[in-house]
Design a protein around this ligand. Structure first.
Ligand code: AMP
Length: 378
């Protein structure tokens, strides 16, 4: 008879940020016996439904000491946390993603420089402060730090003058990256994970449909994507994670343009375009992230069926109406409804592509949402 092995002690994962991503991470930890301790400055943290919350600012020394004392590893659910707090924690326990990687993800200029150094193609870009005039196809200014979901951005007409660029930059009120407007065919993203020993797991590329700079729908896998672009996306995200020595989940947002890929943005964390994996993949991105940062084997990233995810933004439909749609899964974040605010999401998984399309169309009708066209670029 094999001798009984000692039962491993329960692991506690610290999370900086207690929003919906923290909530879904904490939920994924429950079956694995992983507890989450969340540091969140705002009142009413959505993660509070599934995790213990330390209600304190991200730089509160007492709260950071408690995380260091009680956790085996610390992670983030939002990039915009003070790197100094992560560095302080990293001197005491493993922090994934590392403060260095978070710093790259926080700063669009640093991110663009890093992508350029790795030879990962992007839209033409420049430091907006050094731009003498706008790009021929139009210019998007994006605040280097702090902007998200389309906020902190300004669009300029083709070949805007230097004075127009300067005025728009002044109005944004901070350093910014200037990008040429890309006439993309569609937006894609790839979510992947890397473990501390360099094991990789990659989900299929998904198609993302935005409106007003906010993600509305993700379709998984991206319909009609050529195998060569799927392979190319895998290569890009794997190179990126390897180069950065990243541990955990990472998402890379991409534009498909004339049969090629351009990188738009990276996120060193679980990502909205990976929410479909909860029901649509064998292992969800949330479980995958916990596996990766806890040094556990990574899970199968295969799909259970063609899936689609729709964000619930601003207002909610009657939950019973959504749940009456066959195959629909509803995730409510426990957030106050507010215009432009992500307050939940709905996932459908079909037995085949036709059923996925039908189910998504039914959900759109129930929620009262028109279909978002695949490309919202000019
Ligand atoms: P971002 O905050 O960088 O993810 O940008 C928000 C959205 O703006 C993207 O999802 C695209 O729909 C659009 N966008 C961003 N950069 C560009 C670009 N260079 N050309 C065209 N559209 C863009």
């Amino acid at each position: 008879m094999t001798p009984l092995r000692p039962v491993p002690a329960p692991v506690t994962v610290g999370i900086l940020g207690g929003g919906q991503l923290g909530r879904m991470l904490a939920l994924a930890g429950v079956p694995l016996g992983i507890r989450c301790l969340v540091l969140e400055p705002a009142a009413h943290a959505p993660a509070g439904a599934a995790a213990e919350v330390l209600p304190a600012p991200y730089d509160d020394r007492g709260a950071l000491e408690e995380l260091a004392r009680r956790c085996s590893v610390v992670t983030i659910e939002v990039e915009h946390v003070p790197v100094e707090s992560l560095a302080w924690l990293a001197d005491r326990l493993p922090v994934h993603p590392s403060p260095e990687v978070v710093a790259v993800g926080q700063d669009r200029l640093a991110e663009k420089r890093r992508l350029a150094r790795l030879g990962i193609p992007t839209a033409p870009w420049a430091d907006a402060g050094e731009l003498e005039h706008g790009f021929p196809a139009g210019t998007i200014l994006k605040l280097s730090t702090g902007g998200f979901d389309g906020r902190g951005q300004a669009r300029l007409e083709p070949s805007a003058s230097g004075a127009e660029v300067a005025a728009a930059l002044e109005a944004l009120g901070g350093s910014a990256v200037a990008e040429e407007v890309v006439a993309f065919d569609r937006e894609l993203s790839i979510v992947a994970a890397r473990s501390p020993v360099g094991e990789m797991a990659v989900y299929p590329v998904v198609e993302n449909r935005h409106a007003d700079g906010i993600l509305r729908e993700s379709i998984a896998p991206a319909p009609g994507l050529s195998p060569s672009l799927q392979d190319e996306a895998v290569r890009l995200v794997v190179d990126l994670m390897d180069e950065l020595g990243h541990v955990g989940v990472m998402a890379l947002e991409l534009f498909e343009v004339d049969g090629a890929l351009l990188a738009n943005e990276l996120a060193p964390r679980v990502h909205n375009s990976g929410h479909w994996t909860i029901e649509g993949a064998v292992t969800s991105q949330f479980e995958q992230h916990l596996r990766a940062i806890c040094g556990l084997p990574l899970g199968d990233t295969g799909i259970r069926g063609p899936a689609a995810m729709m964000n619930v933004i601003g207002t909610e439909a009657e939950p019973g109406d959504v749940l009456a749609v066959p195959g629909a899964h509803l995730h409510r974040y426990g957030k106050e409804p507010r215009p432009h605010r992500k307050i939940g999401h709905i996932t459908v998984v079909g037995a085949d592509e036709r059923q996925r399309v039908e189910r998504l169309a039914t959900v759109r009708a129930v929620v009262g949402r028109a279909e978002v066209r695949p490309a919202s670029s000019p």
